[in-house]
Write a protein that binds this ligand. Structure first.
Ligand code: SAH
Ligand code: SF4
Length: 362
């Protein structure tokens, strides 16, 4: 007979079958998993929720991922790019509200204008805030030179989700062409880490064709890669995409939500001192989704600072909330009453102890 959940939770090392057992534990056992993850978080990264102000820079994307509403072939959205002033204003909003950092995200674009503009924006934001506002980039696959230039300009974290660590699954949710190669994505992630960024990755939970084994392997992938940050969220169908045209059922969404909570909790227990995002996709399925993710071990949220008029343009999945949800009296948009013991980590970058240890070990 295998071990029970309490014994599994106390193990020092978890192998694939342990992870599978935790992913599939009985509903009544899940609170044990969640509580353990929260206590590991408290002990290793503390009881602060760090804020990254999200700036969705542009929805112009050269790629055609089969799940994403921003994909190149979706002609039903208006394409936009924020002006320089809009980006700087959003960054200053984050700074003035004492957010430790911002995250600039965008559809994928490698043009010279794009690369130069981002470089200049990063440099300007660093100058305007005396280097106090941390800058995360999530701008997809780029050349080694581009990653280096943005790093030299002052960005210090990069988030590139592997989306699915199984190559077979990756191929099923992307077009079969040279713009969408698993090995290139993996190579980019390595280059990001080598460049010196705090490196984040993650996956979607509940993709079509995904198995429990795939999810267990995703966790093992993140451990083996020794990531510093993770952003994971449930897959949510978008009707104007090949994988979403049949819509979905709320029951399935709820299941993906619950499975994502388990993924977060297990990852926290296995990679104790990394930063884990409570994603907006969680909030899309459940208004208290981010708070629930925090109760299961997450410690970062990304309040949206994109100007409201671009709302319709950045619907990566349907129903995405959170535009200008924040205000002076509630800078995170979170309901802190739902997460007793946790407080906002304001005015600090909120780096992970993990990154410091990883660099020192070199
Ligand atoms: N273009 C960049 C960053 C923007 S997309 C990139 O692809 O890396 C940011 C994330 O949105 C993706 O990594 C993906 O995991 C997520 N996403 C896209 N479509 C989604 C969907 N239908 N449901 C849930 N998450 C989705
Ligand atoms: Fe573009 Fe990113 Fe969406 Fe893929 S996931 S279509 S790269 S915005």
């Amino acid at each position: 007979m295998g071990s029970g959940i309490p014994e599994l939770l106390d193990k020092k090392h978890h192998d694939r079958s342990d992870i599978m057992a935790l992913l599939q534990c009985r509903e009544e056992e899940a609170p044990l998993l969640f509580r353990k993850a929260a206590s590991v978080r408290d002990r290793y990264v503390g009881t602060h929720v760090y804020l990254r102000g999200l700036i969705e820079y542009s929805n112009i994307c050269g790629k055609n991922c089969l799940y994403c509403g921003v994909r190149r072939d979706n002609v039903r959205i208006d394409r936009y790019t924020l002006t320089r002033e809009e980006v700087l204003e959003a960054a200053m909003t984050a700074y003035n509200l004492s957010f430790g950092s911002i995250a600039i995200q965008s559809g994928e674009n490698s043009s010279k204008v794009f690369v130069d503009t981002i470089e200049e924006l990063v440099r300007t934001i660093r100058e305007m805030t005396d280097g106090k506002l941390g800058i995360t980039l999530s701008l997809g696959e780029q050349s080694r030179e581009t990653y280096q230039r943005w790093f030299d300009a002052g960005a210090h974290r990069y988030l590139l989700r592997i989306e699915a660590s199984s190559e077979a699954l990756y191929r099923r949710v992307h077009p079969d062409d040279d713009m969408h190669r698993y090995h290139r994505r993996l190579e980019c992630l390595k280059v990001i880490q080598e460049t010196g960024y705090q490196t984040g990755t993650g996956v979607m939970v509940g993709l079509p064709f995904q198995t429990m084994g795939d999810l267990a392997d995703d966790i093992i992938f993140m451990r083996d890669f020794d990531i510093d940050m993770c952003g994971m969220g449930p897959f949510i169908e978008h009707t104007d995409t090949p994988l979403g045209e049949r819509g979905t059922d709320n029951l399935f969404l709820k299941e993906r939500f619950n499975l994502t909570l388990r993924m977060i909790a297990i990852l926290r227990i296995i990679m104790k001192d990394i930063n884990i995002v409570a994603s907006t996709a969680m909030q899309t399925i459940d208004p208290a989704g981010r708070e629930k993710a925090i109760s299961c071990g997450a410690n970062v949220v990304m309040p949206n600072l994109t100007p409201a008029r671009y709302r319709a343009g950045y619907q990566i999945y349907e129903g995405k909330p959170g535009y200008r949800e924040i205000n002076e009296s509630n800078v995170s948009g979170l309901n802190l009453d739902l997460i007793p013991g946790m407080s906002l980590g304001l005015g600090t970058w909120g780096d992970t102890p993990h990154f410091g240890r990883r660099i020192n070990a070199r």
